[in-house]
Design a binder for this molecule. Structure first.
Ligand code: GDP
Ligand code: ZN
Length: 293
């Protein structure tokens, strides 16, 4: 038996990356009976059927740490949420929505701010301050000057990572910088880390020369908050956590309640006003049932 990880699945075949190379595998029939479908990202044991042609059978699937729906990948560790400081103008409520979705999936989050070579009005500083105050790691990047491309490589090394963010912010350009074997198309229109190239919807993990793997599809392409409850949302704004002495205790949703520690922290500047604004906005959106972005 060999241990490995599924990096691609097509038409009932699973491509399993092992220390001994890549194997094309079928899944054991028992999985179908158990209604278990192997997922890209699954850590598996395989038996080798033919070493010459690198054929095998997936015998066992290890318990998944995480399971993303979009893209459908198991065991993603980390999401790099990529926004440009300008061109396109960053939509912070959208950024906060990405963060909520990633927090819900329990992923490690890094905020990557691109196009810092275009910064002429201290936008980088403004955004960096907001997200660092909220407790996130922020990495400013330029694909033009190559600023901090190495730091992004450090984030990817030995991890399974998904990039998320709107189109046009430089995700494909960044991946091309990170791994010279990639030749992703870049430009103004649409998401080129992949859509359009594949007609069928499937996800694939790309192995990076610096170690680690990256999903070939951007994360959270649907930004619906449907599954999140009104009282659950505050849990995904991690900076609210330490301000837990609201008069109404854990029932406080930090909106109109008197003696709310979170609202006080916003007033004092201990919590970003912008983040709090996003929180209230998402809360209202959920109530109105206007849940799709
Ligand atoms: P994606 O849609 O997020 O994959 O974005 P792309 O990588 O396709 O980049 C969109 C556009 O922004 C392209 O024209 C890139 O050349 C440009 N671009 C990407 N990164 C940077 C950067 O760091 N600085 C500047 N000035 N332009 C960039
Ligand atoms: Zn409160």
């Amino acid at each position: 038996m060999l241990n490995g990880q599924i990096i691609k699945g097509i038409g009932g075949f699973y491509y399993v990356d092992t220390d001994n190379g890549l194997y094309e595998c079928r899944a054991r029939g028992i999985f179908r009976k158990q209604k278990v479908t192997p997922l890209v990202g699954d850590r598996v044991s395989i038996s080798v059927v033919d070493e010459e042609t690198k054929k095998g059978v997936v015998e066992d699937i290890k318990k998944r740490d995480t399971e993303l729906v979009r893209p459908p990948i198991a065991n993603v560790d980390k999401v790099l949420i990529v926004f440009a400081i300008k061109n396109p103008k960053p939509n912070l409520s959208l950024l906060d929505r990405f963060i909520v979705l990633a927090e819900k999936e329990n992923l490690e989050i890094v905020v990557v701010l691109t196009k810092v070579d275009l910064d002429d009005d201290d936008k980088l500083n403004e955004l960096k301050t907001i997200y660092e105050l909220s407790g996130y790691k922020v990495i400013p990047v330029s694909n033009e000057t190559k600023l901090n491309v190495d730091k992004i490589k450090d984030e990817l090394r030995d991890n399974v990572v998904v990039f998320a963010g709107p189109s046009g912010v430089g995700k494909s350009s960044l991946l091309n910088e990170i791994d010279k074997n990639f030749k992703l198309q870049t430009g103004e229109v649409s998401d080129k880390i992949k859509r359009g190239k594949h007609t069928t919807r499937h996800a694939e993990l790309l192995k990076l020369e610096c170690g680690g793997m990256v999903a070939d599809t951007p994360g959270f392409s649907s930004l619906t908050l449907d599954d999140i409850g009104e009282t659950e949302l505050k849990g995904y704004f991690i900076e609210f956590d330490e301000f837990d002495d609201c008069k109404f205790g854990s029932r406080c949703i930090h909106e109109n309640e008197p003696s709310c520690a979170v609202k006080e922290a916003v007033e004092n500047g201990e919590i970003s006003k912008q983040r709090y604004k996003s929180y209230i906005q998402l809360l209202n959106e959920m109530r109105q049932g206007k849940r799709r972005y």
